[in-house]
Design a protein around this ligand. Structure first.
Ligand SMILES: O=P(O)(O)OC[C@H]1O[C@](O)(COP(=O)(O)O)[C@@H](O)[C@@H]1O
Ligand SMILES: [Mg+2]
Ligand SMILES: [Mg+2]
Length: 282
């Protein structure tokens, strides 16, 4: 099995333990992650499991995660960049969460064009997984840590129907606000925002539409991290025939600003992202 497939298999095999490990780990603990955010015991538990399992894979030489300052490993072979638990603020209200992995054929921090594979697992009513390699996305149901393919060559529906925008409305820039008003008044689109990027992106990949966590007046780089969230999600959405943008260009073209650098994230149907870039260009 090649290293990319081994990473996907390891993420699927670890999913039940991460999911079961949520119980009893819903409290914030001492300390912050490198982005200055509080850490849940569940974040740290998932991070520890994934570091151990992924670094044990032949061909994986570096492990980095949003939960730890430094890269771990001997730097040989491929690098994996992980968001062990995306949407962890959703744990208390028992809403969706997920795990994201980007597989880079380069030392980190790296640009999106160094990605050779990406995946996420979604802990929803059931556990599903989206994997992307060689410009093709595949959706699986994960049962007892085993992947069962349910959608091959995933592609965004031509007629989009959902949108979800993060950040507080009063904090949106004027240009993004104009775009949001245009989207809200489009009768073919309805609001679907769950507070976990992975759940919101999976809706876009299922129904077609747009997800954004945009630049804010208070945070010009937005909230999401290029290495662990922006790049892998862009790789997956673009593999499904969609587009990604930091507001100006594909996220995969953005030069990394350190390991934990943030970036405005917009992903979805090509037409909706084209309209976003036009709106931000005004
Ligand atoms: O709470 P906010 O500001 O709406 O932010 C929601 C966003 O923050 C995140 O939860 C950040 O991810 P983490 O939970 O991995 O830190 C995204 O999943 C989500 O899109
Ligand atoms: Mg996240
Ligand atoms: Mg996280």
């Amino acid at each position: 099995m090649d290293t990319i497939e081994s990473v996907f298999t390891t993420i699927a095999e670890t999913a039940p333990e991460i999911r079961e490990g949520l119980v009893g780990r819903r409290e914030y603990q001492e300390g912050e992650n490198p982005s200055g955010e509080e850490q849940l015991a569940a974040d740290v538990h998932a991070d520890q499991l994934l570091e151990e399992r992924l670094l044990a894979i032949d061909g994986v030489g570096s492990y980095a995660s949003e939960e730890r300052e430094e890269i771990v490993g001997d730097g040989s072979g491929l690098s994996v960049a992980v968001d062990p638990l995306d949407g962890s603020s959703n744990i208390k209200p028992n809403n969706t969460m997920g795990t994201i992995v980007g597989i880079y054929d380069a030392q980190l921090p790296a640009g999106g064009h160094d990605l050779i594979g990406a995946a996420y697992t979604l802990y929803g009513p059931i556990t599903t997984m989206m994997t992307a390699v060689d410009d093709t996305a595949t959706e699986s149901v994960v049962e007892d840590g085993e992947r069962h393919t349910v959608r091959e060559d995933v592609s965004l529906p031509d007629e989009p129907t959902v949108y979800g925008f993060g950040g507080r409305v009063p904090d949106w820039t004027d240009e993004f606000t104009d775009y949001a008003r245009e989207i809200e008044s489009d009768s073919s689109l309805k609001l679907r925002y769950g507070g976990a990027m992975i759940g919101d992106v999976n809706q876009v990949l299922t129904y077609g539409g747009v997800f954004a966590y945009p630049a804010l007046d208070s945070a010009s780089e937005g909230k999401l991290r290029l290495q662990f969230e922006g790049n892998p999600i862009a790789y997956i959405v673009e593999s499904a025939g969609g587009r990604s943008s930091d507001g100006n260009e594909s996220l995969l073209d953005v030069d990394p600003d350190g390991l934990h650098g943030r970036v405005p994230v917009h992903v979805g149907n090509e037409g909706l992202i084209d309209r976003l870039e036009a709106a931000l260009d005004d």
